[in-house]
Every structure is written in structure tokens, then in C-alpha cells.
Design a protein around this ligand. Structure first.
Ligand SMILES: C[S@@+](CC[C@H](N)C(=O)[O-])C[C@H]1O[C@@H](n2cnc3c(N)ncnc32)[C@H](O)[C@@H]1O
Length: 245
């Protein structure tokens, strides 16, 4: 019997398997996720999130969706800085448990956490004023589908704000960074997370993620306009912002 790898069934199965693996990985590392993040980035990730949220123009009456909210650092930053209501969605239950604990500890209101798939959001169209995602979209089985969902749930002129890893532009720095990323980070990550794959997956997923110009085109194709981006630390991370057409 011949195999047809272009058949829809084949693609679906591949994506489903990716989701199972990603969900399992984040559920496993959830209790140590924040600590590892801050250690491996020397705390720079905290500054990146603050900088990204400062680019979001929403009012106190706005409703914002934080896609792939994980342990809720982006969600918390948005609630504190913008004083608006935020719904955090993630498909890893253990990450949501950490998120709930953190938000409660800070005594914040106006938030909801929901277990859901970013590629199939359980919301009606045109419901949100803003949608954010920090280091989340890279993990989706289909990034284009997730971008389509972000666009669908936004109101007209709503904003999408994405913070994601990329690779530095300056070649000598890129070489040095890739050495750290490929050789040192996976070892430290493995020791701290006790998960043998999670921090080898990180460099692999960043290398697979589209370059800045290409991702801007993907955002345009999903229906966003006036796309802006800001490179952080020579492009180790990038903030993207687009408006729903
Ligand atoms: C690297 S963490 C980022 C968490 C958080 N946004 C932050 O800034 O730290 C990626 C998150 O994406 C979530 N995720 C990956 N694919 C998803 C999907 N299809 N639907 C919902 N969440 C997803 C994972 O469960 C994980 O919590």
C-alpha cells in the first residue's frame, strides 16, 4: 500500500503528536519553569516582558487574551500595568496551576485562566481588544493557525502583541550565542528541569521559527496591518505588534 503524506489525515496526526509532546513537556517542567527561565536568561526575560507590555495600547476597560500564558508572567504584567481584564489560556494544566497560585498571591482581580488550545480558541470572533503571547506561539503545532485565531478573536483595530525568541543579527555575537544555546543551555536546563528534552527542544524550536522578515509576512497573511517590531539584545528576542485590519 502506498502512503500519501500530503493527505489531511497525515498532517493532523503529526500536529496532534506535537501537541501531546509539548503539553507533556510543559506539564513536567511547570514547578521549576519560572526559576529556570530567570536563571538561564540572567533575569533579562523580566525586562523583556515589561518592555513588550509597554507597547500595548489598551485602556482599563479593555479585555485582553494572553495566549499560551503558561505561569502567567505576561498576564500579571498586563493586569498591573494596564489595569485591564485579562484571560490567560494555556493547554498545560500544571502551568495554569502555577499561574493561579502566583496571581492569587499578588491579590490581583480581573483575570480568568482557561485550559484551551491556542489553535482552536474557545471564544467567539471579535471579542477582545488585545491579544498577547510571550514565548508561546513558537510552540504551536501550526503557527499560521494560531496567528489566524489571534486575528479572529480580536475586535476591529484590536492589537496583537507577540514576544518571541529569534537569532542575533550580528554574526560574531550570533556564533557566540549559538554556542551557549546549543551546548551550555541544554545541560543546565536538563539539570534544573529534570527533563531530558525540554532544553534541547528550546534551541531547536528557535532555529525552526521564521526569521523576523518572514514572520512579519506571516502576520500580514493572517490579516494584520501596520506591523512593527523591536529587536531586543541584537535580536535574541523580538517584540512584534500588529493591528487587526
Ligand atoms: C515557553 S512557555 C511561555 C509561557 C509564558 N507565556 C511566559 O511568558 O513565560 C510556552 C507555553 O505555551 C503553551 N502552549 C504551547 N502550545 C500550546 C497550544 N497549542 N495551546 C495552548 N498553549 C500552548 C505551553 O503549555 C507553555 O505553557
Amino acid at each position: 500500500m502506498r502512503f500519501d503524506i500530503s493527505s489531511p489525515g497525515f498532517v493532523l496526526k503529526e500536529n496532534a503528536e506535537h501537541k501531546v509532546n509539548i503539553k507533556r513537556m510543559f506539564n513536567a517542567i511547570a514547578p521549576r519553569y519560572d526559576l529556570i527561565n530567570h536563571l538561564l536568561s540572567c533575569g533579562v526575560d523580566i525586562y523583556w516582558r515589561k518592555k513588550a507590555i509597554s507597547k500595548l495600547n489598551v485602556s482599563e476597560n479593555s479585555l485582553v487574551l494572553d495566549l499560551a500564558c503558561g505561569s502567567a508572567d505576561f498576564t500579571i504584567e498586563t493586569i498591573i500595568e494596564k489595569k485591564c481584564s485579562v484571560i490567560g489560556v494555556d493547554f498545560a494544566q500544571q502551568m495554569l496551576i502555577c499561574a493561579k497560585r502566583k496571581i492569587k498571591k499578588k491579590k490581583l482581580n480581573s483575570f480568568w485562566l482557561l485550559n484551551g488550545d491556542g489553535e482552536q480558541l474557545p471564544f467567539v470572533s471579535r471579542a477582545f481588544d488585545g491579544v498577547t503571547s510571550a514565548f508561546g506561539i513558537r510552540n504551536m503545532a501550526s503557527i499560521e493557525t494560531a496567528l489566524g485565531e489571534m486575528h479572529r478573536i480580536l475586535k476591529e483595530n484590536g492589537q496583537a502583541l507577540i514576544l518571541e525568541f529569534s537569532l542575533p543579527a550580528f554574526k560574531p555575537f550570533r556564533k557566540l550565542y549559538l554556542f551557549y544555546f546549543n551546548n551550555i543551555l541544554p545541560i543546565i536546563g536538563k539539570i534544573l528541569s529534570k527533563d531530558k528534552n525540554a532544553y534541547s527542544y528550546l534551541p531547536a524550536s528557535v532555529k525552526k521559527f521564521p526569521a523576523v522578515d518572514e514572520f512579519v509576512i506571516w502576520m500580514k497573511e493572517a490579516g494584520f496591518r501596520d506591523i512593527q517590531y523591536w529587536k531586543l539584545l541584537n535580536g535574541i528576542a523580538v517584540i512584534y505588534k500588529g493591528i487587526k485590519d
